[in-house]
Write a protein that binds this ligand. Structure first.
Ligand code: FES
Ligand SMILES: [Fe+2]
Length: 550
């Protein structure tokens, strides 16, 4: 078996193995390309070198241009080419997650924007499934997500009352059409466009191609990925969602970069003092279908366009702390002592392109230990930490991608300096994005290239609209806390009122209790103030200033 090693300008060292050295027409498919980051060996100018590209046919001296071309120290080294079926990733024929099914209210339609497409999601009781409609009424384009569910269970436009039903999206009524006239609602032009959609493992997905309507052969043949942990009864998990004020590319990069946790999430998920070298290795070739990687204890899988999964087995040799809670770290220590069934925890991230500068994240951290905690902990308690983690780097990521826009995202490899293996997955993702996926999501001409203007930080970290209104547990908790806050205020006023009344109309038992009653009123007032502060920070806005967190 032949083997060649190539090292690109980024320090991405690739071993290419195969039965025979391929000529330039041999598909890369038949070769096993193992990539790992390594130090680039700087060759003196006099050394004769041959440059070959990984993944495309360009041939440019990477010392001068700093691009992703590979430097090969064997004159006979081949060009590594993609097969024709690997040539492109089509953003417009993919499944995308839309929402967490648990958090959807069946009594009203919901808006969403995914890959620039405005969607109206509603519960269709006639088919017992969630429908995903194009969010524009065929009459005069009013958003159907602002509509209502009719008595018959059809989706009703709120503007003039046209109604639509089921998988077909056909119009079932035009209130303005004469009953005895032409059946205008039967016209094809009166139908709403319906996306293929499906619910799987608690997540609602839609297929981004409308051309074949709700029954799409390609969509049926390529269902969304199934995550075994979410179907395994040994695992417990929560699942939730947040909209983010930065792009899909920035979101995936951030999640493929555990090195940032100890700094960006200092004292929430990590600690600055715990930073250490991370040895990530991409173990498969980077293909339109994604790539895999690993370090000493975890395996990472990127399944384009949205799924990134980190799977940890606790108690391994790896010294790296798991990005998680202290409790998980204790479990890790326990598992080393007991050597029982391996304890596993996965971090599942679904990174959803919304529009330039905006993305949606659905996350779940299933684990096969301490699962009872999921039964006794209300989701909103878990979401407090989840949201704080997201808040603590949201602002810097929002600004970061505006810096990159100035440089031009296509220049990422030139502009970013990534000298350590900690950035292996980030570089791998950028390679996938640039080589196969056109450098950014395909917005189908819906947007200008530029990011939207940057709003104030208070809006960027708007936890209420980004999460709480879309989360049943947090919405209910907020409602209850507000009721409690009002209750405490009423109690304080009532206690003061009783004491005041007893002063006017002397009543011995109350007079004897006047001091405790006044203390009770003060305590109620303080509690209601504290509760107002707590609900504001938990459900509306929680600033995180890296400079003041020591
Ligand atoms: S715009 Fe929907 S009924 Fe008129
Ligand atoms: Fe929540």
């Amino acid at each position: 078996m032949n083997s060649i090693t190539v090292v690109n300008a980024l320090g991405l060292q690739c071993s290419v193995k195969g039965g025979a050295l391929p000529n330039k027409h041999v598909a890369q498919d038949s070769w096993n390309v193992e990539c790992k980051l390594a130090r680039v060996t700087r060759l003196p100018r006099s050394t004769k070198t041959v440059f070959a590209s990984i993944g495309n046919g360009d041939s440019v001296d990477s010392r001068e241009h700093g691009t992703r071309q590979a430097m090969v120290e064997k004159p006979e080294a081949p060009e590594v080419q993609r097969s024709s079926e690997e040539s492109a990733f089509n953003w417009n024929t993919q499944w995308y997650p839309v929402a967490v099914e648990r958090d959807l209210d069946k009594n009203s339609p919901h808006p969403a924007t995914i890959l620039g497409r405005p969607l109206a999601i509603w519960w269709d009781k006639s088919t017992s499934k969630w429908q995903v409609y194009d969010d524009q009424c065929p009459h005069r384009l009013a958003p159907l997500s602002e509509g209502s569910i009719s008595e018959e269970g059809h989706l009703r436009c709120s503007y003039h009352g046209w109604t639509f039903k089921g998988d077909s999206g056909e119009c079932t009524g035009i209130p303005q059409a004469p009953k005895d006239g032409k059946q205008r609602h039967r016209s094809k032009r009166a139908c709403v466009s319906v996306y293929p959609s499906m619910e799987q493992q608690g997540i609602l997905w839609f297929w981004s191609d409308l051309s074949q309507g709700p029954v799409n052969i390609e969509a049926a043949a390529n269902p969304p990925p199934v995550f075994s942990e979410l179907s395994d009864p040994d695992f417990g998990y929560d699942i939730s969602l947040r909209d983010l004020e930065y792009s899909y590319e920035t979101l995936i990069e951030n999640l493929m970069d555990p090195a940032h946790v100890n700094f960006a999430h200092h004292k929430i998920q990590g600690n600055r003092k715990s930073a250490e070298p991370l040895n990530f290795t991409i173990t498969t070739k980077i293909a339109p279908s994604g790539f895999k990687g690993e370090d000493e204890k975890s395996v990472e899988t990127f399944i384009p366009p949205v799924s990134f999964l980190l799977q940890f087995t606790l108690g391994g040799n790896n010294k790296q702390h798991i990005p998680g809670t202290n409790m998980e770290t204790r479990e890790e220590k326990n598992s080393e002592k007991k050597a029982t069934k391996p304890k596993k925890v996965s971090l599942l991230f679904l990174c959803i392109p919304v529009s330039p500068g905006k993305s949606r994240l659905i996350w779940s951290f299933p684990r096969n230990f301490a699962t009872f905690l999921f039964k006794i902990t209300p989701p909103w308690v878990l979401h407090m930490t989840n949201n704080l983690v997201l808040d603590s780097d949201m602002y810097l990521l929002h600004l970061l991608e505006r810096r990159l826009q100035v440089e031009g995202p296509e220049n990422w490899f030139k502009r970013a300096y990534i000298p350590t293996t900690a950035d292996a997955y980030v570089a791998g993702f950028r390679r996938w994005l640039n080589d196969f996926a056109g450098g950014c999501p395909d917005w189908s001409g819906r947007f200008e290239d530029n990011l939207p203007p940057s709003p104030p930080k208070r809006i960027i970290l708007d936890r209420f609209n980004q999460h709480v209104v879309k989360c049943k547990s947090c919405s209910n908790a907020l409602k209850n806390f507000k009721a409690l806050e009002v209750g405490l205020q009423i109690l304080a006023i009532a206690l003061v009122g009783v004491v005041a009344a007893s002063a006017v109309v002397p009543f011995r038992p109350v007079a004897a209790l006047s001091i405790p009653l006044v203390i009770g009123a003060v305590v109620s007032t303080i509690l209601s103030k504290w509760l107002a502060h707590f609900t504001y920070k938990t459900f509306y806005f929680h600033d995180y200033n890296h400079a003041v967190v020591k």
